[in-house]
Ligand binder design. Structure first.
Ligand SMILES: Cc1cc2nc3c(=O)[nH]c(=O)nc-3n(C[C@H](O)[C@H](O)[C@H](O)COP(=O)(O)O)c2cc1C
Length: 404
């Protein structure tokens, strides 16, 4: 099957025209042997390459190219399948945009394309090429410094308070994971993640609950999260707790009960953020709206958790605007290398900026992911890069720091 891959990258250092020519000649011979065709666009700063051929061969060539230190910040923009090659005649040809005048460059490029005019008009690859040549999406090019220029500080224990000893009748416990403002090295919030006894996975706790007790147990369990916050003396930070929206709907006076629990532990409702997931919201939207009104009236903020991982997506924001949106790890993973993820996250950021919704990137594990997100304007993060959840305690936090 004929597959296509497009990526964009940045030149590392400088390259003479002769060296570039030699690189492409060598590449062309190698590609021809593997029946890989394509084109390499160059604007003096960025490369933009189309590779087409069998899935395996394109993969092999791309793996090799990815490891080449003459360029960096490789971003995969597209992987697709096609009935015909766009560059049927060339193993690899160089197209240096600087050799052309602005108004002739697209025409010159299209002359190289071996598709029919009809196909050219609708082809996504051709559209990608045009957009790069015309410099249309330049504002989405977020260049990041090499990760090797960064390191992490040794994890610093934030709280001298020993872990909370769970009570004898407690059926669940909580682990805390900080949400951080990385640029200012500040913990802004802590998410209380439910665990079974002695830190057992959440499934262990939920599986032993009778179906009829689900909502009652969900609501009741929060008392342990609030107790933990009191034990650790959380004052500056908010405490984020996950709640099934239906718990607020099915249980009489649920919100009052929640507020009472919060106050009993010396916390303020304004200090509490209730996180709900997209899926739970859309399955009973009217009931959910009712619960939201009560929480907001009590001063509690709302965060939409796992955003982008469910079925509702951006359309949910049309009907309901939370105070915070937490972008799911599935969209964050390797974002520095993925064109589609970058496009989606930039759209979420733009939308949330207009709606004045705070964005938190969840599941950040790599320095490169953080660097790209920082470049895109994200300010708040949660993930193993900064801290792993700690059972009944506030975990130590690591901060990214430039190497001296
Ligand atoms: C921007 C760029 C594009 C490249 N394109 C190709 C290519 O299409 N095919 C290829 O075999 N090598 C390509 N290379 C070179 C490979 O990264 C790698 O250096 C080469 O395949 C190694 O071959 P060699 O061991 O024979 O020198 C490219 C390098 C750069 C920097």
């Amino acid at each position: 099957m004929l597959s296509t891959l497009i990526y964009r990258s940045q030149l590392a250092g400088s390259v003479s025209p002769e060296k570039l020519k030699a690189l492409v000649e060598r590449a062309s011979i190698k590609n021809a042997k593997a029946e890989v065709t394509g084109i390499l666009l160059y604007d003096g700063q960025h490369f933009f390459q189309v590779l087409e051929g069998s899935v395996e061969n394109v993969h092999t060539v791309f793996q090799r190219i990815s490891q080449d230190d003459r360029h960096f910040n490789l971003i995969e923009l597209m992987r697709d399948y096609a009935p015909a090659r766009r560059f049927g005649q060339a193993g690899m040809a160089l197209f240096d945009l600087r050799d052309y005048q602005k108004h002739t460059v697209v025409e010159a490029l299209l002359k190289r394309v071996t598709l029919t005019d009809e196909r050219i008009r609708h082809d996504r690859v051709v559209k990608f090429l045009r957009s790069f040549v015309e410099g249309r999406d330049k504002e989405t090019f977020i260049g990041i410094a090499p990760a090797s220029e960064w390191t992490l500080t040794t994890p610093l224990t934030v709280s001298a308070v020993p872990p909370l000893q769970p009570a004898a009748d407690q059926r669940c416990e909580f682990a805390l994971q900080p949400i951080v403002d990385a640029a200012n090295r500040r913990i802004v919030s802590c998410e209380a993640l439910i665990r079974g006894l002695q830190g057992a996975p959440p499934a262990d706790y939920f599986s032993q609950l009778p179906e009829g007790e689900r909502y009652q147990a969900d609501l009741h369990s929060k008392i342990y999260a609030f107790q933990l916050a009191r034990h650790l003396g959380l004052r500056e930070q908010t405490l984020s707790v996950n709640l099934l929206p239906m718990s607020l709907v099915m249980i009489d006076d649920a919100v009052e009960h929640l507020i009472q629990q919060i106050r009993q532990q010396g916390l303020r409702p304004e200090q509490v953020v209730v996180e709900v997931t997209e899926d739970e919201v859309i399955s009973r939207f009217d009931a959910f709206q009712f619960a939201v009104r009560q929480l907001k009236a009590a001063g509690i903020s709302l965060a939409l958790d796992d955003f982008g991982a469910g079925f509702a997506g951006l359309s949910l924001l049309a009907d309901f605007q939370p105070d915070k949106v937490k972008i799911d790890r599935k969209l964050i993973i390797d974002i520095h290398r993925s064109g589609p993820r970058q496009a989606i996250v930039l759209a979420i950021l733009k939308c949330c900026q207009v709606l004045e919704i705070t964005v938190i990137a969840e599941g950040v594990e790599k320095i490169e992911e953080w660097l790209w997100l920082e470049g895109a304007g994200v300010r708040y993060y949660q993930g193993f890069l900064f801290a792993r959840p700690a059972l009944n305690a506030l975990p130590a936090v690591s901060w990214p720091a430039r190497r001296p």
